[in-house]
Design a binder for this molecule. Sequence first.
Ligand code: KIV
Length: 271
Amino acid sequence: MTQYSTLDKVKPKTISDLQQMKQAGQKISSLTAYDATFSALMDQAGIDVILVGDSLGMVVQGHSSTLPVSMQDMLYHTQLVSRGRQQAFVIADLPFMSNATPERAADNAALLIQQGGAQMVKLEGARCDIIQFMVQQGIPVCAHLGLLPQSIYQLGKYAVQGKEDNEAQRILAEALKVEQAGAQLLIVECIPTALAQQISEQLSIPVIGIGAGSHCDGQVLVVYDMLGISLGRRPRFTKNYMQQEDSIFNAIQAYISEVKECQFPAQEHSF
Ligand code: KIV
């Protein structure tokens, strides 16, 4: 008899745990990871959610956008991250065009879940037909609204979304629609604090923000940004935790604790 049976294994967090955190007013901490070492470090530091973001196209592969990232890339990095985590909830991004049709989205989501070990997949935009189809197949879905990096060629630049009243109304309406379509989590990127607050209050699913102010149910950052090692200009909504800590592990713990205690993001990181 081995010392540890499968029953002794640490169980990963579930979507119900995240839902309960929202209801209890406990903030959800999240970071991106792309490999097993960072995943294990974050997991041991107590992160709630690890996002295998297609931001890997920029910070790992060195592209100028997320558009070149393939399903093969996403599957590979999701497998690495899943291998490193024990307790964290893992979400994997559906990369550009991998969700062009409902059937294609469901097939690719199945790969990320079955072979990658993800517990949920994320897709950009209010693609309610696709969300609904995936949910009908039993696939847990995280929606992503506000700034949509996969639409960068349509947008022209990475900029705050929803500053104008009509734009803000559209994003709020989209948030309500993706929830109705069955999304169980929502990420909002680069939108004004007041809009993110309205969305978080009106939706019953957890809303995780990046550049969306402190009123969201949780926060996510690209890990290289919070370690201050991303190339180029530091986006306003990020914070370099290596300026106050002497190790990556301590920096991750400091981030988690600032998110939990509503100290991050401060006003200087918000729009
Ligand atoms: O790809 C990514 O890392 C993301 C986050 C910025 C939310 O989608």
